[in-house]
Design a protein around this ligand. Sequence first.
Ligand code: ATP
Ligand code: ZN
Length: 300
Amino acid sequence: MEPSEQRIKIAVQKTGRLTDHSIDLLERCGLKLTRSKDQLICYGENMPIDLLLVRDDDIPGLVGEDICDLGIVGLNVVEEKRLNRAAEGRAIEFKQIYELDFGHCRLALAAPDGTEYNGPESLEKTRIATSYTGLLKHFLEENRVDAEPVYFSGAVEIAPKLGRADFICDIVSTGGTLKANGLVEVDTLLQSEAVVIQTQQPLGEAKQALVDKILQRLDGVLQVRESKYIMLHAPKDALAEIHALLPGSEAPTVLRLDGDDDKVAVHAVCRENVFWDTLENLKAAGASSLLVLPVEKMLA
Ligand code: ATP
Ligand code: ZN
């Protein structure tokens, strides 16, 4: 095994909404992992990459302080940390390098059903419960609104019922928690997803090359998730129409069919999922012998 300073350390959430997705993505990039007995580290067996399993709130700090080289964390946590550091007059020591297309959620404003809201000016002189004081203050300043953020470390949604706040500002994905508490979403402060952050410190050539390789593999992994390989037979005179119906495909391969001069075989990678109605439309356009296959790996 390489000396520890030559191994890449990635901070990943220990237990939570991002954990399984983060580890699964890295495994799909070819990383074989074993967990330490105390469950705090995953060692990479086949690449010099180890994962540190930590609370998500600690991830920007660990990367910023150069304890970890990379981190996988929600953009909401990254932006909150960035604004808090800026408010203290400190620089941010990590950079966002990749969007991972999972952990989608938004930082939203919500209020008890029936509350009047006609834009940020409706927040004037109200109290807003949140654990995201940095992002909330930024939003209030941008909109020149004077309102009072009330810090809650969790269970923000009960603040209005307790009479502690008029509005709440919290992370929402489906909106189920809001509804269960009689709250209605009125505005969005930030759209979030899981992102990769990297330390601002130079990594050195070997480590940076490995980071670049992982990012390229991530590209492939994210692309194939939706991609399908489609094969069909098409009348030659319907080729243009059929090509136009193939979702997210560039140049399809067109092959001669033995003993049939009117039809050709068309093979294409579709970078979007292929649904039944697409197949039915292709059939209506003259396609036959349609076959859709999953794509295992892709390298552009
Ligand atoms: P930790 O113990 O690591 O501090 P946590 O309770 O702060 O965990 P989770 O609830 O596991 O964090 O959420 C982690 C991230 O998942 C959030 O920061 C956010 O980016 C994303 N996320 C996606 N959907 C939701 C949601 N409905 N509620 C909260 N977070 C969500
Ligand atoms: Zn957290």
